[in-house]
Design a protein around this ligand. Structure first.
Ligand code: SF4
Length: 347
């Protein structure tokens, strides 16, 4: 098949079928950048609300550069992968402090900003500045491999690089629209899980995977390494008004985030009481909480929890009023089950 033949039908299809999404209304640098960063690892439906709330609070790159980290993390609470928003702010500071508030306009310059990789640079450069570069995400890789009936392994950087070179010559002058159309086709028609909706596809007549009936075998992906499983016991130390929090290390998973105190492994009620006393707290009542599991990219947390009623506070933790926890502190979603217990205490 000739790859350039996909351009026209795809553009026509996108014109009629594209979803109405808030970041498509005014595709400025800030809007496209923010949406692309939010959409990494997160579903479109989940992002919509966050995107609107974020822009209401921080409507400009300047306001993003200046906002306190606490508030920034609170706006991101629930989206996870917090390095994304930290990098967003780092890049905003560079734009404001070193570039007089003017964002870079080219793919190569965009790549120099923290948190902007090849895909995001391609998306911004093509959508905002019509630079003729591809934007290859998982959706595009899948669609293109199916169109060509190619057995290349899409987890290999080499495959992405090859595809980049194959796509460069076919990019039309409406490159931003073309890139978005390909991604949209991958998100809504040539879907990743389950059967693609080939009968609704504008490219069906030229799709080689459709002809050879290999859509269930393509794209080819090597299996990811198995995730490490970690067991943890989460401890909700609370007195009448406050709950104990601690800050995670500044590097690694959930770097620098607040969390509930916890210990490695699953420990018994008796061991919880002993641990509590070691922190200088007297356990008045210990209640076992629900089991909970959270899956990160490379690790799974299997958690048991205890609510430990105490009378006082101690130096080892930061003691936060219940209401403050809700309003000011961003607690990672991994702890949601245990955070919900605090909401019950407030009632
Ligand atoms: S015909 Fe089917 S497999 Fe081919 S691109 Fe369209 S949806 Fe994907």
């Amino acid at each position: 098949m000739k790859l350039e033949n996909i351009v026209e039908p795809l553009l026509l299809w996108y014109q009629d079928e594209k979803r109405i999404l808030p970041w498509r209304e005014q595709p400025s640098f800030y809007h496209v950048w923010l949406s692309e960063i939010m959409l990494q690892q997160t579903r479109v439906e989940a992002v919509k609300g966050y995107y609107t709330r974020f822009l209401t609070e921080l409507p400009t790159i300047e306001s993003l550069a200046q906002v306190r980290e606490e508030k920034l993390l609170k706006l991101w609470e629930g989206l996870g992968y917090y390095n994304r928003v930290r990098n967003l702010q780092k890049a905003a500071k560079i734009i404001v402090e070193e570039k007089q508030g003017i964002p870079p306009h080219t793919y190569d310059e965009l790549l120099k900003l923290p948190g902007i990789g090849e895909y995001t640079a391609g998306a911004i450069a093509s959508i905002c500045y019509q630079e003729k570069v591809p934007a290859i995400d998982g959706n595009v890789l899948r669609v293109m491999m199916r169109l060509m009936n190619s057995n290349r392994d899409i987890t290999l950087p080499k495959t992405k690089k090859e595809l980049w070179n194959e796509m460069l010559p076919i990019l039309p002058k409406e490159v931003g629209t073309f890139n978005q159309a390909l991604m949209e086709l991958g998100a809504t028609v040539c879907v990743p899980n389950g059967k693609p909706y080939c009968s609704k596809c504008p490219l069906q007549s030229m799709c080689q995977a459709y002809v050879f009936q290999t859509t269930d075998q393509i794209p080819v992906k090597t299996k990811k390494k198995e995730r490490k499983v970690e067991q943890k016991t989460i401890l909700i130390f609370c007195n009448d008004k406050e709950v104990a929090l601690q800050k995670r290390n500044h590097t690694g998973l959930l770097a620098g985030m607040f969390e509930f105190p916890n210990v490695e492994g699953w420990i018994s009620k008796k061991e919880v009481e002993e641990f509590t006393r070691k922190q200088g707290l007297e356990p008045l009542k210990v209640v076992e909480l629900k089991y909970s599991k959270h899956i990160f990219t490379h690790v799974e947390w299997h958690m048991h929890g205890f609510l430990v009623k105490v009378e006082d506070t101690c130096m080892n933790y930061e003691w936060v009023r219940y209401q403050e926890l809700e309003e000011k502190y961003a607690i990672p979603t991994a702890y949601k089950t245990y955070k919900d217990v605090i909401k019950e205490l407030e009632k």
